[in-house]
Design a protein. Structure first.
Length: 138
């Protein structure tokens, strides 16, 4: 079947046919677009899932991919979230020094972008740094 981009159709169900033709025209005319933000969120979710299963190496890998996408897009809130998730993964793995490093970066982003999150969130980020430090010195 050949599709044309002529929207003047006289078929009984012309609206549904018009929609199909429009979608087909857009598919042909526009190159496929990747949803980078959606990919970043998916990588972060995969990282959280692997962390909850105890596979910290995979969790860290996925969180680093999420971080790379957030940086590529200039998404500071996404960067902060990825740093926090990386800190949590390293803390779960027992690498408290790395956990502190990533939680400190998360905290710095939270403080710099006060409009990104509400002020009530800052103490949570700070407490994660404190918890990691306490575990490091045990």
């Amino acid at each position: 079947m050949t599709y044309t981009c002529d929207m003047r159709t006289r078929a009984p169900h012309r609206h549904s046919q018009r929609d199909r033709i429009t979608r087909k025209c857009l598919t042909v005319a526009l190159p496929p677009r990747r949803d980078r933000a959606g990919e970043g969120v998916a990588y972060g979710n995969l990282g959280n899932a692997y962390r909850s299963q105890g596979d910290y190496a995979k969790a860290i890998d996925y969180h680093k991919q999420c971080l790379a996408i957030a940086k590529e897009m200039g998404d500071r809130a996404g960067e902060g979230k990825a740093y926090g998730n990386l800190g949590n993964a390293y803390r779960s793995q027992g690498d408290n020094a790395k956990a502190i490093e990533y939680h400190a970066q998360h905290l710095a982003i939270e403080k710099e972008g006060r409009s990104v999150r509400e002020p009530w969130h800052w103490p949570h980020a700070l407490e994660r740094v404190r918890q990691s430090r306490r575990r490091q010195y045990r």
